[in-house]
Design a protein around this ligand. Structure first.
Ligand SMILES: Cc1cc2nc3c(=O)[nH]c(=O)nc-3n(C[C@H](O)[C@H](O)[C@H](O)COP(=O)(O)O)c2cc1C
Length: 648
């Protein structure tokens, strides 16, 4: 497949770009506490510039501290940030990419618990999904004028620092979007009521930025084309508004969607189709024609799909965020046709889960993301012989890293294929298959000696006598939380997924409602069985943060065959029934088969080595330490590979 449109040179106002791959903005919590850039963040961006992003929008960048979102977010609120931004622009330019800031204020969606300030908004409408929400201050017209000026100042700082363009954040329910939206704008003055009045704030910002930066400076506008809430913006509203934006001086519209109340649309996952905003971008392009550049964001990292969408709908650029976060070399791999080597995002939402906890937005499938400065792969001078036991994501990632460093690696998997728990996850959620596919392609390229169908025991390790052993043996399922009477049909999370689709009885009870077992419930309910999840907590998927948790709960509640019973326990599993307790009352539920979600670390081999040969160099990583997420497994893979190679 040729990627003629993706790879063609582009032009936005006077700015040329080497291709049409826009690395979309993503807050990462990597900057300094005062909003200035640091070397770590610059190194992250330069890796993506070298990796083929034609233009890079850094992240939503606050123009006033009352509108920030996270402590370590980039700011354009004071001239003090200019030197750091200048270093950023120079470094990205040296790698042949264009770079810009997305300037914004969070408005009612700015978390007061982060900013320690009362948020400001068009109206005093709380954002209930923000925890804990604060009532925003309703801006006076004089304060609105000050904020318009702050946007103009933010754009000036962007330009003065040598950046190539500015993107106005008019999307995702932040301040500019709040003014435009009848959902959040309840004003009765000239900034509220009619579409013309609601659009005034955004247009004033565009005019002020254009006046400040001159005719030649590219101005983009990221728009929420639909808000997906009752009484919110529709594509009809926003296409008309885009025309006004362009008339006022905007060169480029980047199409997104959703607000915090519909967060599942801002960040879509496995449940969603590819390119969910392409149709809206096409509608905007049809309205604007050649008067503006139009792009779309959202699940467009499949280059075949993206190139075809550009052909079909006349889109000028595509915005790709999460896959550039996962694989800095995405652009180069597309350009060189090495698409089988792309480390695609798996839509696990760990980056945003970390961010929501005010942590750094690391990546589950790339332990180097965000650590480009310090986690550099070094070639060892004296290669070591390493046995890696367990062919799941943690074991494969360790094997890959060790082999990249030049060690001699043998990877053992007791089953017939590599992938570990991801073989199962990917049956419930396609994107999870991306990671094992990528790892296998790398392991093959690196000549790792792979031995499938090979169980490893203590004697084999003694016989091989390697320099180091890595245990990545994952979990053991089958923990039962209650008595099981004879004749009852029970499964664990693996045997459940292995079952033939047609074999499921009418009623299935899933015992325990953590994230992993909910995925299994979704999978089984999707095959027609009536599935009831019984969970003692007040919510299911409690071990995962939003939006992954909300997406999963929504997917389950959308399915008529899935049912959720919280604050309930299963007391007994019998043949054809379970006894469920809720508020102290026992209820008998029909049950053709029961799935137990319990699992424990499979650490037997590690313990045995430690006991019988304490001097052996052995490491335990991932779920065989404690059942957690793939994120922990890959982070530990890095640490262990580094430790082993340091001893070389
Ligand atoms: C961790 C994270 C932070 C994000 N921060 C921003 C942001 O600062 N500004 C913005 O407009 N979009 C932000 N987004 C949304 C992305 O730019 C993008 O629209 C979304 O991830 C869908 O595109 P993708 O499928 O290519 O990732 C963020 C997404 C993630 C995952």
């Amino acid at each position: 497949m040729s990627y003629d449109l993706l790879l063609r040179e582009g032009k936005i106002n006077g700015m040329t770009t080497r291709n049409r791959l826009h690395m979309g903005p993503a807050e990462k919590n990597y900057a300094n506490r005062d909003g200035s850039m640091n070397q770590r963040y610059i190194d992250y961006l330069v890796a993506r510039a070298k990796g083929g992003a034609g233009l890079i929008t850094v992240e939503s960048t606050y123009v006033d501290v009352r509108g920030m979102g996270h402590h370590y977010q980039v700011g354009a609120h004071t001239d003090d940030v200019i030197p750091g931004l200048r270093r950023t622009a120079e470094a990205v330019h040296a790698a042949n990419s264009r770079v810009g800031l997305e300037i914004y204020m969070g408005g009612r969606q700015s978390p007061a618990y982060m900013t320690q300030r009362q948020p400001v908004a068009p109206s005093a409408v709380k954002c209930e999904v923000l925890g804990p929400p604060a009532v925003p201050h309703e801006l006076t017209t004089a304060e609105i004028a000050e904020i318009v000026q702050k946007f103009a100042d933010g754009a000036r700082r962007t330009q003065e620092s040598g950046m190539d363009y500015v993107l106005l954040h008019g999307a995702h329910g932040y301040l500019i979007c709040q003014f435009l939206s009848p959902y959040s704008n309840k004003r009765t003055d000239e900034y509220g009521g009619s579409a013309e009045n609601r659009g005034r704030f955004g247009l004033e910002i565009v005019k002020a930025v254009r006046e400040t930066c001159g005719d030649d400076f590219p101005i983009g506008y990221r728009i929420t084309a639909e808000e997906y809430v009752d009484g919110g913006l529709t594509i009809e509203d926003t296409t008309q508004y885009c025309r006004k934006l362009v008339d006022a001086g905007v060169d480029w519209i980047d199409t997104s969607g959703g607000i915090y109340e519909s967060f599942y649309m801002i960040l879509q996952g496995n449940e969603a189709p590819k390119g969910g905003f392409v149709d809206n971008a096409a509608a905007i392009k049809e309205t604007l024609g050649n008067d503006a550049i139009v792009s779309a964001t959202q699940r467009l990292s499949d280059p075949d799909f993206a190139n075809e969408a550009m052909h079909r709908h006349g889109l000028d650029y595509v915005s790709i965020t999460r896959t550039f976060h996962a694989d800095p070399e995405y652009g180069v791999k597309v350009a060189e046709g090495r698409t089988d080597e792309i480390n695609f995002c798996i839509s696990c939402h760990q980056c945003v889960n970390l961010l929501e906890n005010n942590k750094r937005a690391d990546c589950s499938v790339n332990p180097v993301t965000g650590y480009e400065s310090e986690r550099r792969l070094r070639r060892v001078s004296n290669p070591r012989n390493v046995m890696v036991v367990g062919g799941g994501p943690g074991g494969m990632e360790t094997a890959r890293l060790l082999a990249e460093q030049g060690n001699r690696v043998t990877l053992y998997e007791k089953g017939p294929e590599l992938g570990g728990q991801f073989v199962y996850s990917s049956k419930a959620a396609d994107d999870y298959g991306n990671f094992p596919r990528y790892l296998i392609s790398q392991i093959n390229k690196l000549d790792v000696d792979v031995r499938i169908n090979t169980a490893v025991d203590y004697d084999l390790i003694e016989e091989e006598n390697p320099d180091a052993v890595v245990i990545a043996t994952g979990i053991l399922p089958g923990i039962r939380f209650c008595p099981v009477a004879g004749g009852a049909r029970t499964f664990d999370i693996f045997t459940a997924i292995d079952r033939d689709d047609d074999d499921w009885e009418d009623e299935v009870i899933v015992i325990g409602g953590d994230f992993a077992v909910c995925f299994v419930a979704l999978y089984v309910a999707g095959r027609g069985a009536e599935v009831t999840i019984v969970e003692p907590n007040s919510t299911i998927a409690f071990d995962k943060a939003s939006p992954a948790k909300d997406l999963l709960i929504k997917a389950l509640t959308d399915l008529p065959t899935a049912h959720i019973r919280t604050e309930a326990t299963v007391e007994e599993v019998g043949e054809g029934y379970v006894l469920m307790q809720h508020e102290g009352v026992l209820e008998r539920l029909a049950c053709g088969s029961a799935i137990f979600g319990g699992r424990v670390p499979n650490n037997r081999l590690y313990d045995e080595i430690k006991q019988r040969n304490p001097d052996r160099e052995v490491y335990n990583i991932g779920d065989s330490v404690l059942p957690r997420l793939v994120y922990e497994a890959t982070q530990e893979a890095w640490q262990v590979a580094e430790l082993i190679s340091l001893k070389a």
